[in-house]
Design a protein around this ligand. Structure first.
Ligand code: ADE
Length: 491
């Protein structure tokens, strides 16, 4: 590809193009750029190339003579008459598609105007394309020409090496590029999304596509009309559009947060929990099986206690879970015994010891400057105590802490008392609250009370609930990003 730039500032062009990837491509002979100084074709002894406009008006106009002569001289040297692109805000707006079309040419001429423009007769005689780089006015056509040359050159075979070509993805399928991260893994308390660290390329591909879709909808929704999506991706896109619409109509004042697996990670305590329960019989496999059994028993036990008892406290809930887990795993049936009471105590105590997620403090600190923060958890004071203390030490406090054991009601209880109490105590309407949590109880319970919900799915597990959340996130930083449009003074 050979570029010929007709300009009054040839040095500006050569200084701009002779660097980095384009500089390397020129050295390799893949592209060439020759800047032709229009002033060299001036037709007066003072080297003037501009004059006053006929009919009056501000500024000067570039004369037709030097411009046409510069082009004719070039055409004679080349032995052909290449396309001439005039840089003007009155042109068609340059795009990737136009770049692809222009990249097929062997020679391209860029005509750069200055002052108030170029005598129309010169344009009529030589210009084939009128292109703009956007709806704003610059002092001259040199920067637009360099922008277009850069973009077209990337498409010339060999200009980008393999690594750099990956960048082609930018407008792939008409979607914007997904977010990229590099080391360090944690920067100012913000962790690289977990999904990128696990080496599961299928999950990574899905996540990246979803991020591209999210980003395109948020930043350039008009591109979505021509986006190429699979059926599943279209469904995802529809849900993101719904999220945007819900957010646009929202009036949130209060952010209500679930505690475990939302702010603090009880799963991180699984080895400690099961080492204490199983003692010398501990193995990683048994710990995993035990934890899975508790998790699978929990929703069933909770549901049964709604229907049979109305309410029973967390200690009793976990006692029933422990009983069920022992049945499922068969621990204690064979050569060793496991105490149900010990299981309950250890599980409750370890909730209190659950570490905060790395994004918890920074996200809550930011959200707390714009919203009233409350905690809404199905737990007992003993379970919550340690985590609340650590949050407080990090400067995070809640306006109010709602615990099921104190309210004698669960988040997803059929009487809806939990979230009614939240509304009443805070003096807000349900639609002024957004509740964040990881479980079906959070989504269904909030929704039953008319409260919008956001599913936080830190482990990228499939969500099987019937009630759909209004929003979905994989970490609390995403919540900050999601709510940013509602916070006019966010940094
Ligand atoms: N010359 C001045 N402004 C311009 C723009 N936006 N695009 C192309 N050429 C220009």
């Amino acid at each position: 590809m050979n570029y010929h730039i007709l300009t009054l500032f040839p040095q500006m062009i050569m200084d701009g193009l002779n660097n980095s990837i384009l500089g390397r491509a020129m050295e390799k002979g893949l592209i060439s750029a020759d800047a032709v100084n229009i002033r060299d074709f001036s037709q007066d002894k003072h080297n003037h190339v501009d004059d006053y406009p006929y009919g009056g008006g501000a500024g000067m106009v570039m004369q037709a003579g030097p411009v046409v002569s510069a082009y004719e001289d070039l055409a004679a040297r080349l032995g052909k008459r290449p396309r001439v692109i005039y840089m003007t805000p009155q042109g068609q707006v340059f795009s990737q598609k136009i770049a692809e079309e222009l990249a097929k040419e062997e020679d391209l001429v860029f005509l750069c105007g200055h002052y108030e423009g170029i005598d129309e007769r010169a344009l009529d005689l030589i210009v084939t394309d009128y292109l703009s780089i956007g709806d704003y006015v610059l002092t001259g056509g040199e920067l637009p020409a360099m922008v277009m040359i850069d973009c077209i050159s990337r498409l010339v075979p060999g200009v980008l090496n393999n690594d750099e070509s990956a960048e082609f993805e930018s407008f792939h399928d008409n979607l914007l590029e997904y977010p990229q991260y590099t080391r360090p893994e944690v920067f100012q308390g913000i962790r690289v999304p977990q999904v990128l660290l696990n080496g599961d390329h299928k999950k990574i591909d899905v996540w990246r596509r979803e991020q591209s879709i999210r980003r395109t909808i948020k930043r350039r929704p008009e591109l979505m009309e021509d986006a190429c999506l699979t059926e599943a991706e279209q469904k995802f896109a529809d849900s993101v559009f719904r999220e945007q619409e819900t957010l646009r109509r929202s009036s949130y004042q209060v952010i209500s947060l679930d505690l475990f697996q939302t702010l603090a990670d009880v799963n991180a305590r699984i080895p400690e929990i099961w080492k204490e329960i199983l003692g010398e019989h501990y193995t990683d496999r048994r710990a995993r099986a035990g934890a899975e059994a508790i998790v699978s028993a929990y929703p069933k036990v909770l549901k049964k206690s709604f229907s049979e008892d109305g309410f029973c406290d967390m200690e009793e809930i976990y006692r029933r879970c422990a009983r069920e887990a022992l049945r499922i795993t068969g621990f204690g049936n064979g050569s060793f015994s496991v105490s149900e009471e010990k299981m309950v105590r250890v599980i409750l105590e370890n909730h209190s010891l659950a570490p905060l997620y790395e994004d918890t403090v920074s996200a809550l600190a930011e959200l707390g400057t714009h919203f009233r923060l409350v905690l809404s958890s199905d737990s007992s004071p003993l379970m919550a105590e340690g985590v609340l203390k650590r949050l407080q030490e990090a400067g995070i406090t809640f306006e109010k802490v709602f615990l099921s054991d104190e309210l004698k009601a669960y988040k997803n209880g059929p009487d809806r008392r939990f979230f009614s109490a939240v509304c009443t105590e805070l003096g807000v309407k349900p639609e002024e609250i957004l509740h964040i949590g990881d479980s079906l109880s959070d989504i269904s319970g909030a929704s039953k009370s008319g409260i919008h919900s956001c599913l936080i799915n830190r482990d990228y597990r499939p969500y099987k609930g019937k009630t759909q959340p209004d929003y979905r996130i994989n970490g609390l930083r995403e919540l900050v990003t999601l709510l940013r449009p509602l916070c006019k003074s966010f940094s």
